[in-house]
Design a protein around this ligand. Structure first.
Ligand code: TYM
Length: 330
């Protein structure tokens, strides 16, 4: 129990993008030796926007297969499904009572997702960050590897942890966000001012992890750049900068090295190479994913075992919390 704890989660709400991979998933496996890791499939978060039930079940299994394909080892890490561990919802309720509406009103993700909905904004969308705080705090997490879009939710989580600790005495570890050095915010290939997102209506805007190689190469070739035509990593060339970030995250080369390599060449060769690198990176992932997906029994075994191990830890934290707030033990 002396190891530090890493916790992260991804919503099973559709096909994962290259943004999810670079910003989060591709970083998960490396922590498994040094840390106690928990990786969750957050289906309870996914239903804050409407989901088709059969599809949600399928997406959860697919995400588990993807976790394994990305190198998560269920012997080293706890890999589980959020709805299998009821303590998430139980802790969320307690945290709801110390959360201020003003804080939740300031969350940019909430503002984005509730736009154009008038009075019909689901309360779950509003309290989404409280459930996320519960996820993280249940496991006494030290570090949370996520993309930049989750940073605000992490600040909120820290705030709630501190408020609880101040009111009821030390209970929760106050977690820290862990952002990747490159690729914390991968942008849309069609609009470099917008984040690459699962829900983008333009299929050319995102590379999906399960896209075939030819599609990946085509999307990169069509990616919006600029008319300057000179390789540079600059604020004036946001489209290009995003592609350089992707290149850097996939190959490990620095952005300077990449700019130097393609200087004076225009963007053609650069895009072609990048398409090749991304496709080559994702092909083995896709193969492993397809193998895992065919083995339903193994997947079930893994998520059942994960739920049990996660529950054991979560119950301990929840018992402590219930005692501190003054609930009578049964
Ligand atoms: P979700 O499912 O939207 O995204 C999963 C992860 O992918 C990252 N990400 C990106 N990174 C870089 N560039 C992008 N364009 C990009 N798009 C997405 C996200 O930052 C995230 O790390 N609320 C979370 C899920 C969650 C969670 C948690 C995470 C629920 N409970 C507890 C950590 C700990 C979410 O919606 O992720």
């Amino acid at each position: 129990m002396s190891k530090k704890v890493i916790y992260s989660g991804i919503q099973p709400s559709g096909s994962l993008t290259l943004g999810n991979y670079i910003g989060a998933l591709s970083n998960f496996a490396q922590f498994q030796e040094e840390f106690d890791c928990l990786y969750c499939i957050v289906d309870m978060h996914a239903i804050t926007v409407e989901q088709e039930p059969a599809k949600l079940r399928q997406n959860a299994l697919q995400l588990l297969a993807l976790y394994l394909a990305a190198g998560l080892d269920p012997k080293k890490s706890i890999v589980y499904i959020q709805s299998h561990v009821p303590e998430h919802a139980q802790l969320e309720w307690v945290l709801n009572t110390i959360t201020y509406m003003g804080q939740l009103n300031r969350m940019t993700q909430f503002k984005d997702k509730s736009k154009n909905r008038g009075d019909n904004i689901p309360v779950g969308l509003f309290t989404y960050p409280v459930l996320m705080a519960a996820d993280i705090l249940l496991f006494q997490t030290d570090y949370v590897p996520v993309g930049e879009d989750q940073k605000q939710h992490l600040e909120f989580t820290r705030d709630i942890a501190e408020r609880f600790n101040n009111r009821y005495s030390d209970t929760f570890v106050v977690p820290e966000v862990y952002l990747p050095k490159v690729g914390a915010r991968i942008m849309s290939l069609q609009n470099p001012e917008a984040k690459m997102s699962k829900s983008d209506s333009d299929p050319n805007a995102s590379i999906f992890l399960l896209d075939p190689p030819a599609v990946i190469k085509k999307k990169i070739k069509r990616a919006v750049t600029d008319s300057i035509g000179e390789m540079a990593y600059s604020d004036e060339q946001l489209g290009l900068r995003n592609l350089i970030d992707i290149y850097s995250a996939i190959t490990g080369e620095t952005t300077d090295e990449i700019v130097e390599k393609y200087k004076g060449q225009g963007y053609g060769q650069f895009k072609e190479d990048l398409g090749e690198f991304v496709a080559n990176k994702l092909s083995p992932l896709q193969e492993r994913y397809n193998e895992y997906l065919q083995n339903k029994e193994l997947l079930e075994e893994i998520y059942r075992d994960g739920a049990q191990r996660a529950s054991a830890i979560a119950q301990k934290t929840l018992r402590k919390v219930y005692k501190k707030v003054g609930f009578l033990p049964r």
